[in-house]
Design a protein around this ligand. Sequence first.
Ligand SMILES: *[C@@H]1O[C@H](CO)[C@@H](O)[C@H](O)[C@H]1NC(C)=O
Ligand SMILES: *[C@@H]1O[C@H](CO)[C@@H](O)[C@H](O)[C@H]1NC(C)=O
Length: 368
Amino acid sequence: MMLMHFVLVFLASIFASTQPQLVNSHEEKGEWNCNSPSDIRVNAEFRPGIVTLDGHPRDWKNIDGFEFPLLIAVDPDPESEYNGGKMTVKALHDGHDVFFMLQVDGEYAYSKGKSTECPSVALMFQIGENASYHRMGGCKEGPDTCTRKSCQGHEVDIMHFLLGNAIPGRLYGGNLVDSPGYGGGDRFGHLVDVYAWNPHCRYLDGHGPSGNRSSAQNDWRGAWWHSSLTVHSGFVEEDSPYADANKKGTYYFEFSRPLRTMDYLQQDAQFAIGKPTKFSVAFWYPENTKPWHGSGHYSINCDWIPLDIVSGSTGPTGVPREPQRSSWNTATVFSFLFSLAAFSTSIFVGYRVDSSSKTIPFTPMENL
Ligand SMILES: *[C@@H]1O[C@H](CO)[C@@H](O)[C@H](O)[C@H]1NC(C)=O
Ligand SMILES: *[C@@H]1O[C@H](CO)[C@@H](O)[C@H](O)[C@H]1NC(C)=O
């Protein structure tokens, strides 16, 4: 029953299949035109241990953001720019997980259970080498003929977060209760792990035209927040709508995922330190309190944007970072004196150890 409910919500909200004109609106009229700036990219620096996945922005304040205008995805005309302002995208990694923070201004809109009356965001990543940004992988097959074989090379990985059932500051996405067999779904909220070959061939991880595979998981986690919400010990569902409608402020969407996942089906992008990944961000907003529809979203660019998972020990160019310089102050002088004392002690200890260790033979590993 739960599963059925989920499937219905998923179909209704993502595929928006109840509104027939939407399917067509993915097919833009005329030639597709994209003048993507060649110099844009997003860096995910190695910054372990600074971010808590709670939707709050304060732990990101020292991380550089990348600002993008939000243009209507199916018609990226500058005239169509989101009137709330630009989106700031921040990313970092800790060697195991990659983290994203998306910030965008918008008056507070929340309607419990009605995700299309709340803002929403999605991340999309290239998996297959021939997957285009335009038309979500760009496989030419229709919904009846797209398969892993016929669309091979066009796989894209999508994380989509709908807020209608998500309490601000709470964590959604992959969870132990949904596994196994639930694939990329999320029965508590709607932070789902999806793959696609084109806008009409989109499935939860583990699901698809050739049946369901129990090995697939939802590898994403995330939370949302709005600056008009009051920070306290935590919201529960009964507090909905959590803040006053139409309050000016900023939305925050925070996500993480392991760099590598246990995907065996080509349904997750695999990140690697030092290797760029192609990605994009989509944003839906219920403008003038009108519900949004599936294809009516904004995007941060009309093509892929390179995402660099920067190595921890070197800068982006491979040149080791300069050590941080600091000025001399009392604390530094004291710590210098202490380390001088420690150094002298270690020379003495080192001498003692050295003179006593001569009798210990070196044991090569292979002889153990
Ligand atoms: C991508 O397209 C090229 C050219 O059509 C083709 O040679 C290559 O095999 C494709 N890659 C995949 C993974 O299908
Ligand atoms: C696959 O999963 C979906 C959604 O949970 C379900 O409706 C469908 O019946 C399943 N298909 C098979 C072949 O098990």
